[in-house]
Design a protein around this ligand. Structure first.
Ligand code: 13P
Length: 259
């Protein structure tokens, strides 16, 4: 089964308008006219979503735009929050949910994440949820990796059922590999990806076969090809290396080679 690779940048709280414009222009220089065999996505800080989607349209850059968080509520008295209809209005097609930084620093629980996931599916138009999961170093060392990712997925499964995963994306990001320069080995990552796909397959084989499972955690041009060539790894969610267009493009080139 050949799934399309997705290379997604998570800019976290970095960048500004000028950086966004330049990044998209430089990306187009590299990949503009070329037939692409992978999908590209950038998740910019919320204030730049509109600017990024305008720049992508103006330059026919063929990059999807994503947000890094969203409210589960459609509208109302939720000071500081951003709704799904607002994201759609800004040209957003994807949203990251339950990134480990949101879980750790902002107290997002499995059930908050599940609520947001469900809201993505019922929004009009719907937005693709990118469910971020992964274990901490202590959890890995205690041998709990599979229990943790299973718990994180089950919270969403219980809320939306297996059909909710049709067209969704899952990003496995071991917390110990995020921003540390320590990448999971391709074998370690593949093992967890196969486990995740197996969990979904217990409910629906076709959804499990079709879902894009991204790996995140210190992906760079030097390790992308080996990671992405694993059977159950369908691309990456890239933090630090997505902040320089050269390294993001380098990772995209690894994806392009692999078809
Ligand atoms: P790094 O690529 O900087 O390790 O970050 C990964 C990440 O958190 C992407 O969401």
């Amino acid at each position: 089964m050949q799934r399309r690779l997705l290379v997604a940048g998570n800019w976290k709280m970095h960048g500004d308008k000028a950086f966004t414009t330049q990044f998209i222009a430089d990306f187009v220089q590299e990949f503009g006219g070329e037939q692409r065999s992978f999908d590209a996505l950038i998740c910019t800080p919320a204030p730049y979503l509109s600017h990024a989607s305008d720049a992508v349209s103006a330059q026919s850059a063929g990059i999807a735009i994503g947000a890094q968080n969203v409210s589960p509520h459609e509208k109302g008295a939720y000071t500081g929050e951003i709704s799904l209809p607002m994201l759609s209005d800004l040209g957003c097609e994807y949203v990251l949910l339950g990134h480990s930084e949101r879980r750790e620093l902002y107290g997002e629980t499995d059930s908050h994440v599940a609520e947001k996931f469900a809201a993505c599916l019922s929004a009009e138009p719907s937005i693709v949820p990118v469910l971020c999961i992964g274990e901490s170093l202590a959890e890995r060392e205690a041998g709990h990796t599979e229990n943790v990712v299973e718990r994180q997925i089950n919270a969403v499964l219980t809320k939306v059922g297996i059909d909710g995963f049709k067209g969704a994306v899952i990003a496995y990001e071991p917390v110990w590999a995020i921003g540390t320069g320590k990448t999971a080995s391709p074998e370690q990552a593949q093992q967890v990806h196969a486990f995740i796909r197996g969990l979904l397959a217990e409910h629906d084989l076709s959804i499990a076969e079709n879902i894009q499972l991204l790996y995140g955690g210190s992906v760079k041009p030097a390790n992308a090809e080996e990671l992405f060539s694993q059977k159950d790894i369908d691309g990456g969610l890239i933090g630090g290396a997505s902040l320089q267009v050269e390294s993001f493009v380098g990772i995209c080139k690894a994806a392009q080679k692999l078809v």
